[in-house]
Design a protein around this ligand. Structure first.
Ligand code: G3P
Length: 217
C-alpha cells in the first residue's frame, strides 16, 4: 500500500518525507488556500520535495477550462498528477488529458457508480472520500470494498486512492481490503507510528541498559 500525505504544508511534507514513508502527496483547493501562498509555487516546492506523484487540483468546472488548467499544472513538474472533480465535465476532461499522457486523479468520488465511470474514463487514480461518507452516516470503507470488487472484475488499472482519511483505522481497514493508496493528513501518519507500549517498552530497556554502564560504540 502506498502512503500519500494529504496536505500542502511543505514543512510537514519535508519532515515526514525524511522518514522514507511518503510515496506521494495530494492537495486540493482548500489545502492550498490554507497555505496563503501562490499555488504554482507550493506545487513546485512539493514536487521537488517528494519523488512520487503530487496531485494538483483544477478549479475550473467546464471541460475546456479544465483542460487548459490541467495542462498548465502538469507543466509545473514531471510528477504532477492533475486532479479533476468527478462530474460529467471532469470525466470528459479526464479522457482527453489521459489520452495526452497526463495522469489524472478523479476526486470527490462518493459512489461505486462514479468509480466505475472514473475507470472507464481512463483515470490513473480515483479518490473515494471515506471520512465525509462516515460523517453523513454512510459506510466509507464499504465504498472502498465495492470499488475494489468492481475494478477486480474487469482488471481496471485505475488505482483506488482512499481519501478523506480521518484516523489510523481508516488506513488499516483500507489496507486489509487491498486499496492501492491511502492519502492522510500528517497527524494520521504520526498516529500510525506511535504506540504507548512501544514508548513504555523502550523506556524500560534504556533504564536497564543504563544500569550496566556499557556503551555499544
Ligand atoms: O484531498 C481530499 C480529501 O482527502 C479531503 O479530506 O478531511 O477534507 O474530508 P477531508
Amino acid at each position: 500500500m502506498k502512503f500519500f500525505l494529504d496536505t500542502a504544508d511543505i514543512t510537514e511534507i519535508r519532515q515526514l518525507a525524511a522518514l522514507g514513508l511518503v510515496d506521494g502527496v495530494t492537495t486540493n483547493p482548500s489545502l492550498i488556500a490554507k497555505t496563503g501562498r501562490k499555488m504554482s509555487e507550493v506545487i513546485t516546492e512539493i514536487c521537488a520535495a517528494v519523488d512520487g506523484p503530487v496531485s494538483a487540483e483544477v478549479t475550473a468546472t467546464e471541460h475546456g477550462a479544465m483542460l487548459a488548467e490541467g495542462r498548465t499544472l502538469r507543466k509545473l513538474a514531471h510528477n504532477v498528477v492533475v486532479k479533476l472533480p468527478l462530474t460529467a465535465e471532469g470525466l470528459r476532461a479526464c479522457r482527453d488529458l489521459s489520452e495526452e499522457g497526463i495522469l489524472v486523479n478523479l476526486t470527490l468520488c462518493f459512489s461505486p457508480a462514479q468509480a466505475l465511470l472514473a475507470a472507464k474514463a481512463g483515470a490513473a487514480y480515483v479518490s473515494p472520500f471515506v471520512g465525509r461518507l462516515d460523517d453523513v452516516s454512510h459506510d466509507g470503507i464499504g465504498l472502498i470494498a465495492d470499488i475494489l470488487e468492481i475494478y477486480d472484475n474487469y482488471d481496471f488499472s485505475t488505482e483506488v486512492l482512499v481519501a478523506s482519511v480521518r484516523h489510523p483505522m481508516h488506513v488499516i481497514q483500507a489496507a486489509k481490503l487491498g486499496a492501492d493508496v491511502a492519502t492522510m493528513p500528517p497527524s494520521v501518519l504520526r498516529a500510525l507510528i506511535n504506540h504507548p507500549l512501544t514508548d513504555k517498552g523502550l523506556a524500560g530497556f534504556l533504564a536497564d541498559w543504563a544500569k550496566t554502564g556499557q556503551t555499544i560504540l
